[in-house]
Design a binder for this molecule. Structure first.
Ligand SMILES: [Zn+2]
Length: 313
């Protein structure tokens, strides 16, 4: 299919858009009622995941990564402070340049793969300028490049994968399965997929967490958009305690109600931690704020901070 048709179909299927709102409103009411009556879990696993990529990777601007080095230097201290292990999805072509700090982190953290050069591994997003489709054999070649780079860097061959922009398709999932991957975290829950763990062949698929309950954005009183709130850094760091507690409750209560172990997966990037990427800089120390939020969460749930691969053992 042409990129235009791909993008058009992607838009039509986007559950957040107005043409699906009547249906979404009904689902929202049913879900809220079910969650209100469901038992709330008391113990949850929490995975902080970091897509280690060129700065502003999602805008595909240039090819430099000034926040990666300071991030890799500081993240280990946060892990010690909060007694946790994290998952780093590393852009393949950054493994060799950052081999030394990655090797130091590897014993206590999971080092997965985030594509080779932050390219598109699935269909384009309808509103994105990134539309270049790469044939499957070229994707296989780039996976091999990444395996070689990890080996050169002295890192174990990756078995966890997260596609850039969380875009993936069944052909790539089969390819990952064949290449020995056991975990994929490329599920776009912020568009209405459920935040639960699923199997695909030998792959365990763990989405970035988002509430299954759509919010309503109204204009002049009329609902025009129904976003699903994901546990990305802006949400996790800046939501009010009350809003975050509601969001977490919706996610983990839903998971428990469908028999999935209750867990949270937080999405972040080095350029959200370090002030060297000023466009994304927060007005506070992100490491400290994360530590505070983890402590706060532990006053509401018994929490364990684990890499993604440990969530499914
Ligand atoms: Zn990325």
């Amino acid at each position: 299919m042409t990129p235009f048709v791909d993008r058009y179909l992607d838009m039509v299927r986007d559950q957040r858009l107005p043409h699906l709102i009547p249906l979404t409103l009904v689902k929202r009411q049913l879900l809220l009622r079910a969650l209100a009556n469901a038992p709330k879990p008391t113990s949850i696993a929490v995975s902080l995941t970091i897509d280690v990529e060129t700065d502003d990777g999602h805008a595909y601007n240039g090819y430099n990564a000034p926040s990666v080095a300071p991030f890799l230097e500081h993240i280990g201290q946060l892990a010690d402070q909060v007694n946790g292990g994290f998952t780093l999805f590393v852009q393949g072509d950054l493994a060799v340049p950052y081999a030394e700090p990655l090797r130091q982190l590897a014993p206590n953290h999971e080092i997965g793969l985030h594509g080779w050069h932050h390219e598109l591994w699935g269909k384009p997003i309808w509103y994105s300028k990134i539309t270049e489709q790469i044939p499957l054999d070229e994707k296989a070649r780039r996976l091999q490049l990444a395996f070689d780079a990890f080996a050169t860097a002295g890192l174990a061959r990756p078995t966890s994968f997260r596609a850039p922009w969380l875009r993936i398709d069944d052909n790539v999932l089969h390819l990952l399965d064949q290449q020995g991957f056991v975990l994929d975290s490329s599920v776009f829950v912020a568009r209405g997929a459920k935040p639960v763990i699923q199997q695909f062949g030998h792959l365990t698929r763990i989405p970035v967490s988002a509430s299954p309950v759509p919010r309503l954005v109204r204009r002049s009183g009329i609902p025009v958009f129904t976003p699903y709130i994901a546990l990305n850094m802006p949400t996790f760091l800046t939501a009010s305690d009350e809003n975050l507690l509601t969001l977490v409750g919706e996610i983990v209560t839903y998971q428990a109600s469908v028999g999935c172990p209750p867990h949270l997966v937080i999405l972040s990037h080095p350029w959200e931690y370090e002030p060297v990427a000023p466009r994304f800089a927060y007005q506070f120390d992100v490491y400290q704020r994360l530590a505070e939020r983890f402590d706060w969460l532990a006053t509401h749930y018994k929490t364990m901070l684990l890499p993604l691969s440990k969530l499914v053992v």
